[in-house]
Design a protein around this ligand. Sequence first.
Ligand SMILES: Cc1cc2nc3c(=O)[nH]c(=O)nc-3n(C[C@H](O)[C@H](O)[C@H](O)COP(=O)(O)OP(=O)(O)OC[C@H]3O[C@@H](n4cnc5c(N)ncnc54)[C@H](O)[C@@H]3O)c2cc1C
Length: 385
Amino acid sequence: MKYALSHPEIRAAVVKLCAGFPGAYWRDLDQTQAYPVDFVAALTREGYLSALVPEEYGGSGLPLSAAAAILEEVHRSGGNAAACHAQMYTMGTLLRHGSDAQKHAWLPSIAEGALRLQAFGVTEPTSGTDTTALRTTARLDGEQYIVNGQKLWTSRAEQSDLMILLCRTTPADQVARKTEGLSVLLVDMRDVKGKSLTIRPVRTMMNHATTEVFFDNMPVPAANLIGEAGRGFRYILSGMNAERILIAAECIGDAKWFIETATKYAGERVVFGRPIGQNQGVQFPIAKAYAQMRAAELMLAEAIRLYEAGENPGEEANMAKMLAADASWAAAEACLQTHGGFGFAAEYDVERKFRETRLYQVAPISTNLILSYIAEHVLGLPRSY
Ligand SMILES: Cc1cc2nc3c(=O)[nH]c(=O)nc-3n(C[C@H](O)[C@H](O)[C@H](O)COP(=O)(O)OP(=O)(O)OC[C@H]3O[C@@H](n4cnc5c(N)ncnc54)[C@H](O)[C@@H]3O)c2cc1C
């Protein structure tokens, strides 16, 4: 694959770092569903997870394209950045909507890696994709909020000190629109874990460190309210373009790993006296996945270009995420099929990456919801839900 990629020096350095964490490292963790502590420590030490924190708060102040390049290369190397990608972008809610005092209080330690902000509590078991139907409440009581409720799929809560939490501060029947009355709190979980905050791991088909969390009269200082009360839904939405773009970059990285792995194997595996890759039936799915990946990569580049020009590329960021997730899934399928029975053997890493990349059809946003965004907001069709 010979085409210019942005930030070649950063990419080369990430590839070098990832070489210290080969397939065997990820396989061992996958067996026990253990957290990649050493890998995350290495990324933190090299400053990659603070790429998006502005320099005035101790970060590297890099553009989104650099963060996308970092995540893509982790995935292209056979690793999985899902264990820590949120440390890069969850702070965006604080950065964009927090007060100066909050930013100075939290961001330098986050940039340094001393404080981990990689838990994002939005999804709940009953509301699902219908975020504004969430039931977790925060009631102001003097100088603190009292939080009650439950979140599901709060990834990395056990490996995080802070959590960005979306909860209802005004009951839904007292607001004009249900997008109103929701607020964002920055929860310092160190103060409440094991007391009013319970975290339970949820075992999933891939190694993802995800959890369910329960709030039982959990106190949060009123000073930890981000922005204005009642405007939280808008604050969460404002971070979605960056998230879509970064997840799309991970999918592109996965697609490249699958395509490169499949191509190499197809060239080496000899059956009927010739490499299997000589058969068009083997070549074509890989070639098609490559074309899909390149198209998705162009859409991603366009989304990043618009984002970095200060625009609001909702259309492009959503399409990039959907096309990249589709490309990574097509590449995963082609790679597994190319490997025949060996695709199912753990030591080839194909089945692990196959399980990992499947997630992107569902989270952080499902394909259907992207299609309905395009139908409604781009094509002007009636809202379907
Ligand atoms: C491993 C993992 C990690 C996650 N990490 C986090 C996290 O850190 N923080 C967090 O807040 N959330 C997290 N999530 C939650 C994730 O964002 C949701 O799973 C996802 O948004 C889908 O919501 P749901 O699971 O409730 O599905 P549902 O909303 O129940 O939807 C089920 C299916 O129905 C479809 N559907 C629903 N409504 C419509 C409609 N109107 N039109 C068409 N189709 C529809 C959906 O596309 C989906 O395929 C994670 C999920 C997983 C699996």
